[in-house]
Structure formats: C-alpha cells, structure tokens
Design a protein around this ligand. Structure first.
Ligand SMILES: NC(=O)c1ccc[n+]([C@@H]2O[C@H](COP(=O)([O-])OP(=O)(O)OC[C@H]3O[C@@H](n4cnc5c(N)ncnc54)[C@H](O)[C@@H]3O)[C@@H](O)[C@H]2O)c1
Length: 144
C-alpha cells in the first residue's frame, strides 16, 4: 500500500521549527543547529512566507559575502514554497522534490493550516519501508 504524508507525520510528529522574516540569518542558523535540521519555515503572522535552507545560506550569504548577523531572513529566503497535503503519497513527494529540486516540503491541510514538514530523508525512509512491505507481501504470495 502507498504510504502517505499523514503516516510520516504520525511517526515523526507535527512539530515545525520556524523563524520570522525580520529575524537575522544568524538566528535562523542557530535554530537549525539547535534542532539539527537543514531548513526552517518563515512564518509571517502565522502565514507561510517562505523557507530558508542551508542552500539559501551557502549561495546567497556565503557566496555574496553578506553578514549573517545583519542580514534579515526575508532578504535571502525562498518565497516560492512547494507544499503537500497529508493525503499525498511518498511517490508524489519524491516526484515534487525531484522536479522542483527541493528537499523540504511543508505540509498544509485542506483548510490551509500548516500541519508539519517532510524532508527528503523522511520520504526516502518511507519509500524504503514501502518497498520492504511489498517484497514481504510478494514473498508470502509466492511461498503461500
Ligand atoms: N532515521 C530517520 O528517521 C531520518 C529521517 C530523516 C532524515 N534522516 C537523515 O538525516 C540526514 C539529513 O536529513 P534530511 O536531508 O532529510 O534533512 P533535515 O536534516 O532537514 O531533516 C532531518 C529531520 O528533521 C525534520 N525537519 C527538518 N526541518 C524541520 C523543521 N523546520 N521543522 C521540523 N522538523 C524539521 C525532517 O522532517 C527530518 O525528519 C540524512 O542523512 C537523512 O538520511 C534520518
């Protein structure tokens, strides 16, 4: 059976680490380091305004020689954010991540509420578990 985003969130939890657009990039990096994550969502008045990833930092701060303690998150965040719903399958996530070259997908429910985030590691882990289940089913079918 196709594993869904809802199942991933049940396992990993719905917690989302976020920053605000006016926070400094340094503050956002500290949040990422504290929670051992590669991206934070940027919430403005509770609404999803963007995402800040390690890639944004590497390309837009380090390469441009900006100062992370003066630069606001809003200056370098990615504002086009691809999201999924809890009903999306792991294959849907993999496709979207591959097509859009992103590694994190915020999860937004049908009412537009932010209910979690999935990363490429979550999706690969779920995909491996799905393949393992399928192989076990086929082995049971073959051996009766
Ligand atoms: N064993 C596991 O369950 C598991 C799950 C995910 C990733 N990983 C491993 O961790 C390494 C890095 O993972 P990655 O590239 O997927 O990205 P990552 O380091 O950003 O994500 C790691 C975990 O943190 C969560 N996360 C990321 N950003 C978050 C945020 N803003 N709010 C709340 N949770 C957030 C992700 O959903 C994922 O579960 C890889 O080596 C990967 O294989 C392991």
């Amino acid at each position: 059976m196709q594993r869904k985003v809802a199942g991933i969130l049940e396992e990993k939890g719905a917690e989302v680490w976020s920053v605000e657009p006016g926070d400094t990039v340094l503050g956002a990096l500290e949040t990422m380091a504290r929670h051992n994550i590669g991206a934070v969502l940027v919430l403005d008045d509770g609404g999803l305004a963007g995402i800040l990833t390690e890639r944004d930092y590497a390309r837009k701060v380090k390469l441009e020689a900006l100062g992370s303690s003066e630069t606001p998150v809003s200056q370098i965040m990615t504002t086009i954010v691809h999201t999924v719903t809890p009903a999306a399958s792991v294959a849907d996530c993999m496709q979207l991540m591959t097509d859009e070259r992103v590694r994190h997908l915020p999860v937004v429910d049908d009412d537009g509420r932010l209910v979690g985030i999935v990363s490429i590691g979550d999706v690969v882990k779920a995909m491996i578990a799905q393949q393992r289940d399928l192989i076990a089913d086929l082995e049971r079918y073959i051996t009766g």
